[in-house]
Design a protein around this ligand. Structure first.
Ligand SMILES: C[S@@+](CC[C@H](N)C(=O)[O-])C[C@H]1O[C@@H](n2cnc3c(N)ncnc32)[C@H](O)[C@@H]1O
Ligand code: SF4
Length: 460
């Protein structure tokens, strides 16, 4: 279904991606302190570990070379001697949480989900990754249905990486592909031949990985409908189980000089970018992929799609997940933990992170303790992002500004993006690309104070 340029124009505003609510710029940092955060960690652990287990996100920041479009927290180096010290710091940080949890409970920690993100996890040698995972399990056990995943760079993922992580229980891998066009690859400083992606994908499949995902990005410099068609057709040859189709987040004000190597004029305009998304969606549809939430496509037999249909999809700082754990501890530089009642972020500068852990301190730098109203709104936003509907018939799901939120939804209903129900809303097929805009209607913190500077990427 093609979307009118008027709608794109109207709804293409700066907006959050809602991997959390409240979104990071709206955290009440002044009200945050470590002790109440740790109390919420212990509380959620005690309430959910036995049933659900916990999730761990581990940020591995190093990359060998800079991709100029990248918005992730990364550190560029070719010096692999940094690996051991970094893994030791992460394990030391883990030990601090282990000791904390041991004080409040006799239960052994059950790890349900591990995600190794980056930067580039495959920057690290397989032996170092083994040390990391074994170090985690010195103080924890594997939950029965665990899901371990990692991000691999096709240019440096080896068969040994894939085999080692498989042997440690990893069954999911996502490879950063981005784009196959030579001019686009040059502009983003990421020369990555098809052969590299084919090699890692086929090797992962032969080893037994059950979910192989490719990350593609639309809106990159020099992309047009022809290059996008070529990229998707090339991707189809390898038939990944899932696809992430990210909207390029142009955030040079955050990344400083990182995002360069191209000029603003090289970027597709708003309507051109939207057309790239629509072409992708149409081609994925023809190839048998269905859209799951925002940014993600999966084959109907994929568990992410099944989770969406069964209402089990969840969204957190890792993006969409089917593992609906309430406690996500995040280790490593810049990573953000989520205890359901609080968020807490680690030091964003690598040296500060290492120094704080070295001094036996939890390396937290800021966070937010959720209010009762935050918790209600967070649930509505999760419902919209993960289930495409939400409901406030239960008084426990109502909040003071709900009538104003409904007023904000009305023009979107007139534009066919959603249907307002007697006590809820349902996103229409046409409204799916606009879920961020719909979620914004509930974001009372955003209405109360528009950001003074640009903090978010555009919604389309
Ligand atoms: C940490 S990287 C993946 C692992 C590995 N570093 C690699 O590049 O292959 C995670 C993904 O985030 C996406 N990404 C990074 N910067 C982005 C941006 N500015 N806008 C949209 N997506 C972005 C890319 O698709 C990338 O593959
Ligand atoms: S896209 Fe991946 S490899 Fe490139 S700089 Fe970002 S994290 Fe590193």
């Amino acid at each position: 279904m093609s979307i009118s340029p008027q709608l794109i124009h109207k709804y293409n505003v700066a907006g959050p991606r809602y991997t959390s609510y409240p979104t990071v710029p709206y955290w009440q940092e002044a009200d945050f302190s470590v002790a109440p955060y740790l109390e919420t960690v212990a509380r959620t652990f005690n309430a959910t570990n036995a049933r659900d287990g916990i999730s761990l996100y581990i940020h591995l920041p190093y990359c060998e070379s800079l991709c100029t479009f990248c918005a992730c927290n990364h550190r560029i180096t070719k010096k692999h001697e940094v690996e051991a010290g970094y893994i030791a710091a992460v394990l030391k940080e883990w030990r601090m949480y282990v000791d904390l949890l041991a004080q409040s409970s006799n239960e052994r920690i059950k790890i349900r989900e591990i995600h190794l993100g980056g930067g580039t996890p495959t920057f690290f040698a397989p032996e170092k990754l083994t040390d990391l995972i074994n170090g985690l399990f010195e103080f924890a056990e594997r939950a029965d249905h665990h899901e371990f995943s990692f991000e691999g760079h096709p240019n440096n993922t080896t068969e040994a990486h894939l085999q080692t992580l498989y042997d440690l229980g990893f069954r999911r891998v996502s490879f950063g592909v981005q784009d196959y066009d030579a001019k686009v690859q040059k502009a983003i400083n990421r020369i990555q031949p098809y052969e590299n992606v084919a090699r890692v994908t086929e090797t992962a499949r032969a080893i037994g990985y059950t979910s192989i995902s490719h990350d593609l990005v639309f809106g990159l410099p020099h992309q047009n409908l022809d290059t996008m068609r070529h990229t998707i057709a090339t991707t189809a040859r390898l038939a990944p189980d899932r696809l992430a189709f990210y909207s390029y987040a142009h955030v040079p004000w955050i990344k400083g000089n990182g995002q360069r190597g191209f000029n603003d004029e090289d970027l597709p305009s708003g309507p051109e970018k939207r057309a790239l998304y629509e072409l992708g969606k149409e081609m994925f549809d023809e190839l048998g992929y269905v859209e799951v939430g925002m940014d993600h496509f999966a084959r109907p037999n994929d568990t992410l799609y099944q989770a969406m249909n069964e209402g089990r999809l969840h969204r957190n700082f890792m993006g969409y997940t089917e593992t609906n754990t309430r406690l996500m501890l995040s280790l490593g530089v810049s990573s953000i933990s989520d205890s359901w009642y609080a968020f807490a972020q680690n030091e964003k500068v690598l040296e500060n992170y290492l120094a704080r852990v070295g001094a036996n301190e939890l390396p937290l730098t800021r966070g937010h303790l959720l209010t009762a109203e935050d918790l209600i709104i967070r649930q509505h936003i999760l419902n919209i992002m993960c289930r495409m509907h939400t409901d406030w018939s239960d008084p426990a799901m109502q909040f003071a500004q709900l009538p104003q939120a409904v007023e904000l939804l009305k023009p979107m209903q007139d534009d066919g993006l959603l249907e307002i129900l007697p006590n809820g809303l349902k996103v229409t097929e046409q409204g799916r690309p606009f879920v961020r805009n719909i979620a914004m209607a509930f974001d009372v913190r955003l209405w109360a104070k528009q950001p003074e500077t640009r903090l978010f990427s555009m919604t389309i």
